[in-house]
Design a protein around this ligand. Structure first.
Ligand code: FE2
Length: 105
């Protein structure tokens, strides 16, 4: 989705296209985080609270961005796309990796 966003941006697609992609990204992120958090509960994962805080903070930022974009209060920029890309990569490669191998007791 971030690649789609980048492509739409570089091709100068209308705002309506980027708004749609960002909304999809928000929806998928919420779905994905929720399912990850359900696993934490099942596994009694000790780092769950800190991890969920990161999810909530990211969701809040992206939701605000999505609303501002819909209301034409901000426009998409390389900086914003870079923030999304870096956050997701750092989270997946860092925070998410910490629970790999944790088994249900
Ligand atoms: Fe996560």
């Amino acid at each position: 989705m971030i690649n789609d966003l980048y492509q739409a941006f570089t091709e100068g697609k209308a705002n309506v296209v980027t708004v749609k992609i960002v909304k999809e990204l928000v929806k998928y992120t919420q779905y994905h985080f929720k399912s990850e958090e359900e696993h934490f509960l099942k596994l009694n994962y000790p780092e769950a609270e800190k991890h969920i805080e990161q999810h909530n903070s990211f969701t809040e930022t992206v939701l605000k961005f999505s609303n501002d974009l819909s209301n034409n209060e901000v426009s998409l920029s390389y900086e914003l796309m870079d923030f999304l890309r870096k956050w997701l990569i750092d989270h997946i490669m860092g925070t998410d990796k910490q629970y790999v191998g944790i088994k249900n007791k």
